[in-house]
Design a protein around this ligand. Structure first.
Ligand code: FEO
Length: 588
């Protein structure tokens, strides 16, 4: 084992002491007493120069893990797998596995969960504590049984000796699994990624903010900024805790300037969310299939480029519900369970009804919980206030299927489209009209793309299609990212390109331009027969081509889908391809 080295840069006046153990590979471990009965194990990765693919690091990074010793001992997060030997040696030296009762997992990305399997092998009896999503992720990650405890905002865990831990749900920061852990005795808030920075130094605390500022902001911009609304929600939830130290999972711990760092998060997030269009999606994580349906709807809304704020109704207080419901552009509600007889409506719904306004769009879904609040009375009340219905209520009576997922996804896309409409009209007026008209002289054919994947089918009118290769024969087509069918046009998926005929395309075009309710059968009333690849061929098409999606290229607001061509046929009658002439280049 490497020798212990004093690092004399820590403020002993605050009872913080530490030592670090260098190794030849520039991976070093620093341990420090940071509060009563509390030790930090900081794994210093001096030379790491990249995080994920796009995140360039100038100053390495650290992975911070913690031990809290009450009558029971809890570990808070672990470390990256590359620190296995050093970390486990230190853990074995510092703790008796028999006394370790809990491993709190604030976030499951491998830089913090890379040693969970090793910890479980060392202390197999311990209980893994995390959000519902975190426990699901870990079950799939470590492939071994373990005892677990699911926690969310409002839950507590008493370790004894005054260390009562409170948990705070902080979904989307930056994964859906994130929680914070707060120790009421030491006033330490453990936040894993949040408030972190990729900055490697054996400086334990935020002594020199001018050295840290650039990395702190870069980290926020890359990881937290995209979820600024969730940052604000998390800040509200921790406001009630007096905090002496923010023990982050990366970089120095925040003590000297903790209020400044928090204020910076608040100010950046407020600026970012000021003019944003967003949907508030109210659901209940532990009731029926609410979380699965909410996730599918959220995916559709996000696909349409609209931000989403997930609100877990069992933990959000009335103030949060009111603030979010009154400022959102769209509202989606997964029905919560009915209250006991005589108690009235679920409190979150009552607050919601007094907070929404007639400028908003709304969609409702039943969760399959069996005892849902009735959906239609709420629908009537919302309509009476004047909210526009974005999609008809989605109701399930049994476990959701792939078709339910697709229905929910399409409902989300529809809501997103509705909210996008005004924005698009506004933007289209800003395009230079000469350029706009010139671009409009580009023309294309008229096609209906049809696809079938399992029980899920889809269709869309397309015009931006061209042959793209000879060997193999291939075509390229541009698909707007917010098209519901895009989910079944991924690499490896199959579709049919139905070519419409000049002079005879109107009925088919009219049919497929209709607005379908989510989950509706797009082919009802249209004559079809199945292609070899399973997708519907339109009997009235001039010709069809069977295609396999080979690759996709992101192209701003569209995806270019390249597909190889497997089979095709022309109708017996003579005919030419319908052409789509446009007036302007800024819409179809
Ligand atoms: Fe530091 Fe999201 O992992």
């Amino acid at each position: 084992m490497a020798a212990l080295v004093d690092t004399a840069r820590f403020d002993t006046a605050d009872s913080l002491t530490s030592r670090s153990t260098p190794s030849r590979s520039r991976l070093t471990l620093q341990t420090a007493e940071i509060a009563a009965d509390t030790t930090a194990l900081r794994c210093l990765d001096w030379d790491r120069d990249r995080f994920d693919i796009e995140f360039e690091l100038k100053n390495g990074t650290t992975y911070n893990s913690f031990i809290i010793r009450g009558e029971k001992t809890a570990l808070v997060d672990t470390s990256h797998g590359k620190f296995r030997d050093q970390y486990m040696e230190d853990m074995i030296r510092n703790c008796d596995p028999q006394t370790v009762s809990y491993l709190i997992v604030n976030h499951t990305e491998p830089d913090h969960s890379g040693l969970i399997a090793d910890i479980l092998a060392w202390a197999p009896h311990l209980v893994v504590v995390g959000s519902k999503v975190a426990i699901q992720f870990l079950t799939n990650m470590i492939h071994q049984p373990f005892e677990s405890l699911v926690v969310k905002s409002g839950h507590t865990l008493d370790l004894g000796k005054g260390h009562e831990l409170s948990f705070v749900s902080a979904p989307n920061l930056h994964w859906p699994d994130t929680i914070f852990t707060y120790d009421s005795l030491t006033r330490v808030l453990y936040t894993c990624d949040v408030f972190g920075m990729h900055y490697c130094d054996d400086m334990l605390l935020d002594e020199s903010p001018h050295l840290l500022q650039e990395d702190f902001q870069y980290y926020y911009d890359c990881l937290m900024g995209p979820n600024a609304r969730s940052v604000l929600m998390a800040l509200k939830r921790i406001a009630k805790f007096p905090i002496d130290l923010i023990a982050t999972g990366h970089g120095p711990l925040l003590k000297r300037h903790r209020e400044d760092w928090v204020e910076q998060y608040r100010s950046w997030s407020e600026n970012q969310t000021k003019a944003e269009t967003f949907v508030a999606l109210f659901y209940m994580e532990d009731y029926g299939y609410s979380d699965r349906m909410a996730k599918a709807i959220a995916e559709g809304i996000t696909k349409a480029g609209i931000d989403i704020e997930l609100v877990e109704m069992s933990v959000a207080d009335a103030h949060e519900v009111r603030a979010i419901a009154s400022s959102a552009n769209g509202i989606v509600v997964g029905m919560p369970p009915q209250q006991a007889q005589g108690v009235g409506m679920h409190p979150a719904l009552s607050t919601l009804l007094t907070s929404v306004n007639k400028k908003q769009s709304v969609g409702l879904f039943e969760t399959g919980g069996g005892q849902d609040e009735p959906i239609y009375p709420l629908r009537n009340q919302l309509q009476a206030i004047g909210l526009k219905e974005a999609f008809p209520p989605i109701a399930i009576k049994q476990a959701p299927s792939e078709v339910t997922d697709q229905t929910c996804y399409e409902a989300g896309v529809d809501l997103g489209h509705q909210l996008n409409k005004d924005k698009t009209v506004q933007q289209s007026k800003q395009v230079n009209s000469h350029l706009n008209r010139a671009l409009g002289r580009l023309s294309g054919g008229l096609y209906i793309v049809t696809a079938q994947k399992g029980d899920v089918s889809g269709a869309m009118l397309a015009s931006w299609v061209m042959q793209a290769s000879f060997e193999p024969l291939g075509i390229a087509m541009s698909v707007a990212k917010d098209r519901a069918i895009d989910s079944i046009l991924q690499s490896g998926d199959r579709f049919v390109l139905n070519i419409l005929e000049e002079g005879h395309y109107q009925p088919l075009m009219k049919h497929f331009l209709k607005r379908f309710p989510p989950g509706a059968d797009r082919f009802e009333g249209v004559e079809t027969y199945p292609a070899t690849n399973g997708a519907p061929i339109l009997a009235q098409a001039l010709a069809y081509i069977e295609c396999d999606v080979t690759c996709r290229y992101e192209c701003s607001d569209h995806m270019i889908v390249y597909a190889t061509v497997q089979a095709g046929r022309v109708a017996k009658r003579e005919g030419i391809t319908a052409v789509h002439h446009r007036k302007a280049g800024n819409h179809y």
